[in-house]
Unconditional design. Structure first.
Length: 208
């Protein structure tokens, strides 16, 4: 099982790279994000690798960092999300953006990826939301999103955050975009922040 490759970039295509490791060329499928970080031919590269072994093939999938690799693994646990679709998602969204989209339930953001329709986007958000937890948004915002139990203070904060997100969405901002801005604003304002304080602070975050 190959877990990591270090060598020279031999060539790259739209969805793959060939890594020369001591004279042996390994074809590795990658997201556009990872391909964009590899540099030019004959430059030294190192990739974290996920090896998929099937009856009719062995495919290598390469990632610039372990975060992207971990998201690839997580995405492919969802029914209907194969390796190709997972790479398509990671090609148009960074790992942080994927986490935010799932936590926010933003199906439109996930559906930007080729091969991801509204139904599959909804399944991804539904099946992975509990696994994302508070990674992208912090515990209070995660509490109102997941419906999990939370202390009274966190519940109140979550209610204010939820109302602020709804207000921003009504102003035309994307749901994931609004979630992220509210999370940043709430982190700066503290747990006692009201909706009237969060909204302008979130708008400043969106403008920055």
């Amino acid at each position: 099982m190959i877990a990591r490759l270090r060598g020279l970039l031999d060539s790259a295509g739209a969805d793959h790279a060939v890594i020369d490791c001591s004279g042996v060329g390994y074809l590795v499928f990658c997201s556009r994000r990872t391909l964009g970080l590899l540099g030019g031919p004959r430059e030294a590269v190192a990739l974290h690798v996920e090896t998929h072994v099937r009856e009719d093939h062995i495919h290598l999938y390469g990632f610039a960092d372990t975060t992207e690799r971990d998201w690839f693994r997580l995405l492919t646990t969802v029914q209907g999300v194969g390796a190709k679709v997972a790479l398509a998602i990671l090609s148009v969204l960074s790992p942080d953006q994927v986490a935010t989209a799932i936590a926010a339930g933003d199906k439109a953001m996930l559906a930007r990826a080729e091969g991801v329709g509204p139904k599959l986007a909804g399944r991804i958000a539904s099946e992975l939301k509990d696994k994302v937890g508070g990674i992208a948004l912090g515990p209070a915002v995660a509490a109102f999103h997941t419906g999990g139990a939370a202390p009274a203070a966190a519940t109140a904060e979550a209610g204010a955050a939820s109302d602020a997100v709804s207000a921003l969405v009504n102003l035309g901002y994307g749901r994931a975009e609004a979630f992220a801005a509210v999370a940043r604003a709430g982190g700066k304002l503290g747990p006692e922040a009201t909706v009237s304080a969060i909204i302008p602070a979130a708008l400043r975050e969106l403008a920055s």
